[in-house]
Design a protein around this ligand. Structure first.
Ligand code: NPG
Length: 366
């Protein structure tokens, strides 16, 4: 396959309600959609970087810049998806930008071959149970209302965003009100090892896991924390590759892993992490980064792999957006259906995409 170039679209998607985490409040999701044009087919990719470098060091304009100046121009001559990561390896970091480019090439390739993402990645389910991530709220009654609504919609698991000052009380309130639901928390690195005893106060609430309590570089500290808290520790930000996953497991820094394809450089590396974890009996689940229907389609395929034994942050389109760029993903009986069409199995609706696009740029590959 030969890549002629990539069209980047800057897309702005208003959120239905503000989404607050320990790293800030989102009201609009700004992201990049990529359309790879090859001599065989076109493919779509989604770059999940945020506008500001607050979740990781990557940010939207940085991703656009590295795609324009280094990544896309490296994909000259014959190329297939498996060769994308090795070609881009000499450029350090920028995993979300690399993931988006590999995803677009993989989509083009799979569409040409008539194979779905799910089949290519090794999906074993035709639908996946879905969890929902609930942001930090202004008050406990507001939180309880939100959780009540999501449970009524059928979500199978609730994840509460926490930070110092918003942790034990909201968890207790949700547990007391809703009883024996699947419940977990996500700290997005908001704590230090000095908070270990405080975090152990979450133990009585039988959480599925506590996600990324400490800084992303603190693998050893996570292992020490695991000696103090009984709640299983899940890593997100710390896991950037199959090799870092293997290290974290060996060190005892995590008992569960959140896989986000953007964070780890693409769906092919995501599958390797899945395989490493499966080999060590470490459960994994598919994280989310407020994707459009494009990223969601691929995430749902990943979530259907055999080792994804916990519900993912694979919510329906209407959790975040009134208008998605594709046909919306709709929750049915707490599940989303894994697309079966070639490639992602979904494409952007041209008029909707145009209405959400604020800028477009063509980057030739040579
Ligand atoms: O359902 O897509 C979703 C969002 C799940 O909470 C969620 N994502 O820290 O995991 C996270 C958080 C996030 C969102 C991180 C956007 C980065 C960007």
């Amino acid at each position: 396959m030969k890549l002629s170039g990539v069209e980047i679209r800057w897309v702005e998607m208003p959120l239905r309600s503000p989404f607050r985490t320990s790293f800030g409040t989102q009201t609009v999701r700004q992201l990049l959609l990529l359309r790879a044009v090859t001599d065989e087919n076109e493919g779509w990719g989604e770059c999940v970087t945020m506008a500001d470098p607050v979740y990781s060091s990557e940010y939207l304009e940085g991703s656009a810049d590295v795609l324009r100046r280094f990544l896309v121009p490296s994909l000259t001559g014959q190329i297939d998806a498996i060769a994308v990561a090795p070609r881009l390896r000499r450029f350090r970091g920028h995993r979300m930008a690399k993931a988006a480019l590999e995803m677009a090439v993989l989509d083009a390739e799979l569409r040409a071959r008539g194979v779905s993402f799910g089949r290519e990645l090794g999906a074993v389910r035709d639908r996946v149970p879905c969890g929902v991530s609930v942001g930090i709220m202004n008050s406990i009654p507001e939180l309880l209302d939100a959780v009540d609504g999501y449970l009524a919609e059928g979500y199978q698991r609730i994840k509460l965003k926490i930070e110092p000052g918003w942790d034990v009380a909201p968890v207790r309130a949700v547990r007391e009100r809703f009883g024996d639901i699947l419940l977990q928390v996500d700290a997005n690195t908001a704590y230090t090892l000095g908070d270990a005893r405080h975090l152990a106060r979450l133990d009585p609430f039988d959480l599925l896991l506590i996600e990324q309590p400490l800084d992303e570089e603190e693998l050893l500290a996570h292992a020490e924390l695991a000696e103090v808290v009984r709640t299983p520790i899940c890593l997100d930000e710390s896991i950037t590759s199959a090799s870092s996953a293997a290290d974290a497991i060996k060190l005892g820094a995590c008992q569960i892993v959140n896989i986000k394809p953007g964070r780890v450089g693409g769906y092919l590396e995501a599958r390797r992490i899945h395989d490493v974890c499966a080999a060590h009996n470490i459960p994994v689940w598919c994280g989310g980064m407020l994707e459009t229907g494009i990223g969601r389609a691929a995430n749902v395929a990943l979530a259907a792999l055999p080792g994804c034994t916990l519900p993912g942050d694979t919510s329906a389109s209407d959790r975040y957006y009134r208008l998605d760029v594709t046909e919306p993903f709709v929750l049915e009986d707490g599940h989303l259906t894994v697309p079966t069409g070639p490639g992602l199995g979904v494409t952007p609706l041209p008029d909707v995409l145009d209405s959400l696009t604020v800028k477009t740029e063509w980057i030739p590959s040579s």
